[in-house]
Design a protein around this ligand. Structure first.
Ligand SMILES: NC(=O)c1ccc[n+]([C@@H]2O[C@H](COP(=O)([O-])OP(=O)(O)OC[C@H]3O[C@@H](n4cnc5c(N)ncnc54)[C@H](O)[C@@H]3O)[C@@H](O)[C@H]2O)c1
Length: 348
């Protein structure tokens, strides 16, 4: 039998089961509010982070991405995919895991599932952005695309900015029925709609979270009235957009990290000179958010590494509150750090 691993070998691992326990312990709306606050806090210290467009490996069926960042003390990365055709095979469109590490030693601090955490952090980021960009007092939102992200998006808008009604539409009636069912008892009034046009009727916020590897037109120009806030999260890959470009010509557009969004976001349809504002500038008060009641605001969200960093650090901070992790024997730790081979030999 191999000798027992030493303490340095063990890394906390947050499984899907433990992530669900952690969320239920604190309450999903509280977690969404806390995540929005964490992400907002990290947006305020944006200049402290290493930033680069994520590394993407594209294939016919989808994309696999690595999303690293560091604030100089802590490093994180997320592995995430986007495969719109997965649903018919019984797989998730988006699945993820991630790691938090110490910069001083390079040793991991925590490995975690991030499929649930991505849905939570994406929704929290959307709601944080809406706080600056949505019309004041927005109470009704539409969610077009009622897949894995949909209910998280609705609940975050309720928890963070007080949305009271959600109007749902999906081309697949089964997805819509699922979302209607899941949001029952959430305290949000839910309306099931027959078309996207019907869904956006009376909504001050429109979230598009569809998945199709195509230049899709989920919203066309004539559907979008003055004063609306569009939270576009589904267009997040080259060749994958949701909005007709004429909407972009009328909108004030806010992005996470411009170099990445130019490649992946709705603005890939626009010339390089098309003006955008990075959201951190608005959060810091260096740039204006919504400037008037008639302005169309667009959060062209693609998901950025700093949001995952915030989410992982939040989960890491909660590990002390309860028994939310397993210890993984993940790092080889010989008694003499240089005797890696000897450790292997002795285990024979
Ligand atoms: N911006 C971000 O940070 C971020 C994070 C996570 C996911 N995403 C993206 O959000 C999208 C949704 O993710 P998901 O996990 O919910 O995917 P999903 O596959 O679970 O759900 C997508 C839904 O969109 C519906 N749909 C497709 N075309 C439609 C159309 N024309 N009109 C109405 N509905 C339509 C599908 O029927 C499906 O129910 C994906 O494109 C994903 O890549 C972005």
């Amino acid at each position: 039998m191999a000798p027992a691993a030493s303490p340095l070998a063990y890394i906390p691992f947050v499984s899907v089961e433990n992530m669900m326990r952690l969320v239920h312990h604190h309450g999903i709306e509280q977690v969404l509010r806390d995540l929005a606050e964490e992400i907002e806090g990290d947006y305020r210290r944006w200049d402290m982070f290493e930033k680069a467009p994520r590394l993407a490996s594209h294939s016919r069926d989808g994309v696999i991405e690595l999303m690293p960042t560091s604030d100089g003390q802590t490093f994180s990365f997320k592995y995430v995919n986007g495969h719109p055709g997965n649903i018919v095979k019984g797989y998730q469109t988006v699945a993820a895991f991630g790691l938090l590490a110490r910069v001083d030693t390079g040793y991991p601090l925590m490995l975690s599932e991030m499929t649930l955490l991505t849905a939570l952090r994406t929704a929290a980021t959307s709601a944080m952005a809406a706080r600056y960009l949505a019309p004041k007092g927005a109470r009704t939102m539409a969610v077009i695309g009622n897949g894995a992200q949909a209910e998280f998006q609705a609940l975050a808008m309720k928890a963070v900015i007080g949305v009271e009604e959600v109007r749902l539409y999906d081309i697949d009636p089964a997805a819509k029925r699922k979302a209607v069912h899941n949001l029952q008892g959430s305290g949000i009034r839910v309306t099931s709609c027959d078309t996207a046009q019907d869904a956006i009727e009376g909504a001050q916020i429109v979230t598009t979270c569809t998945a199709d590897k195509a230049y899709a037109t989920i919203l066309s120009d004539n559907m979008v009235g003055e004063g609306i806030h569009i939270n576009a999260i589904g267009g997040d890959c080259p060749g994958k957009t949701e909005l007709h470009r004429d909407i972009l010509s009328r909108a004030s557009t806010f992005v996470e990290y411009e170099p990445q969004t130019r490649i992946e976001g709705e603005i890939q349809q626009m010339p390089p000179a098309y003006p955008v504002t990075e959201l951190w500038q608005v959060v810091r008060g260096d740039a204006a958010g919504r400037r008037g009641s008639r302005e169309i605001t667009l959060f062209d969200s693609v998901g950025f590494a700093i949001e995952d960093f915030s989410a992982l650090r939040y989960v890491h901070g909660k590990l002390q509150d309860g028994d939310y992790c397993h210890q993984l024997d993940m790092l080889a730790d010989p008694d003499d750090p240089r005797d890696l081979f000897g450790m292997l030999q002795r285990a024979a």
